[in-house]
Design a protein around this ligand. Structure first.
Ligand SMILES: *Cc1c(COP(=O)(O)O)cnc(C)c1O
Length: 386
């Protein structure tokens, strides 16, 4: 089976992890801060907090921005459930903004219209979470302008997008948002096995997230309510969690970071090749915004069902039968049973639902060979009866 995504682990990665195993620190040593500085410098952010997953990063990002009971968080329905669940962890409520049918990202026009309505009834969101689906950046200038006008905060869920650019600058630099989150799960662009990171240009938000990542406990005398009792002393000044990343993970991340740019370049080569070779098939290849340089975490095609005598599901199953590990990103969150219990219904976000009925993620990973890619293309041709 050719998977839809796969990590690349080199001997250098293995050596880096083994070195940590033989060192003094398995956690809370020098590697995590080194990894944080490396990512922050690469993308052009002031502060970076490494954590044990992007889900944890989204959680502490929401808490740092003050999300709590009575607040609303808005995101896109076409994303992994974690982009929305982070609000529920904080006791806040979730709503969705339908997607742009061309980029599949949260539609800024739909956002503007929904904000206008929400303002009238006093239900404006505290936070909006744009997700750079497949690695293609959202229209961040438009979202930032709306954030300024309506006074909400922005967390970019860039789990798919490390190494990508928006208007010539790396995603994560925080020019149009308060906090950006990356994921280092093995299917993502670079990996630390499990892991995530929150980046910000605000020293205050960084300090809050650092506390929340580690039990709300500090050893910084300037944050304590009184002088330290002695050299052993620490204070718990907030309710935090244990969301720390280990030294092994950070060492793997540092090693992977050295290949980030070449990974993205390879993904673009593969995407160009797909684009060329899928031309003429009854499907829509991913439209790329001219202002964006996608991280290309995923390569999603949409079937043009009106030109086919097979269903979406039949094509998907045929591809799996032919050994192609296609996938579907994502099942719209508002159609999940947990969210239906919260009051959402099928039909609420029609663009997202139409996308779900046509989308297939083709294999896309940096170590995919052209021979493997040709097998995918041939299998797709057969599945579509071309
Ligand atoms: C993978 C992913 C997450 C969660 O990442 P973890 O590191 O697995 O917690 C969140 N949002 C999106 C869009 C993702 O793809």
């Amino acid at each position: 089976m050719i998977p839809y995504g796969r990590q690349d682990i080199t001997q250098a990665d293995i050596d880096a992890v083994v070195q940590v195993l033989q060192s003094d620190y398995l956690t809370q040593g020098p590697m995590v801060p080194r990894f944080e500085r490396m990512v922050a410098e690469h993308v052009g952010a002031q502060h970076a907090l490494a954590v044990n997953s992007a889900t944890s990063a989204l959680h502490i990002a929401c808490l740092a921005l003050g999300v709590g009971a009575g607040d609303w968080l808005w995101t896109t329905p076409v994303t992994f459930v974690a982009s929305a669940n982070c609000a529920l962890y904080c006791g806040a409520k979730v709503d969705f903004v339908d997607i742009d049918p061309r980029t599949y990202n949260l539609c800024p026009k739909a956002l503007a219209a929904k904000l206008e309505q929400a303002e009238k009834v006093g239900r404006l969101p505290k936070v909006v979470v744009p997700v750079h689906l497949c690695g293609q950046p959202c229209d961040m200038q438009a979202i930032h302008a709306l954030a300024t006008r309506y006074g909400f905060k922005v967390i970019e869920d860039a789990s798919h997008a490390i190494g990508g650019k928006y208007r010539g600058e790396f995603i994560g630099n925080g020019r149009n948002s308060d906090i950006t989150v990356f994921s280092f799960h093995p299917v993502k662009i670079i990996t630390t096995a499990e892991g995530g990171m929150a980046l910000t240009n605000s020293a205050e938000l960084a300090e809050r997230m650092a506390l929340l990542r580690s039990h709300g406990v500090t050893r910084d005398p300037s944050l304590m309510t009184h002088q330290a009792d002695g050299p052993w002393y620490y204070q718990q000044i907030d309710l935090g969690f244990n969301y720390r990343m280990t030294e092994l993970q950070a060492a793997l991340g540092i090693s992977q970071m050295t290949r980030l740019d070449s990974y993205i370049a390879r993904r673009h080569e593969l995407a160009h090749r797909y684009e060329e070779k899928l031309d003429g098939l009854p499907l829509q290849t991913p439209w790329q915004h001219p202002d964006s340089y996608s991280g290309l975490h995923l390569y999603v095609i949409r079937l043009r069902l009106e030109l086919l005598d097979k269903t979406h599901r039949q094509v998907f199953e045929l591809l799996r039968e032919k050994g192609i590990g296609v996938n579907l990103h994502y099942i719209p969150i508002h159609t999940q049973p947990y969210y239906q219990k919260l009051g959402f219904n099928a039909g609420d976000f029609p663009m997202a639902e139409q996308y779900y009925g046509e989308a297939i993620s083709l294999p896309m990973f940096q170590t995919m060979s052209e021979q493997q890619q040709d097998l995918v293309i041939a299998a797709l041709g057969e599945a579509l009866d071309i």
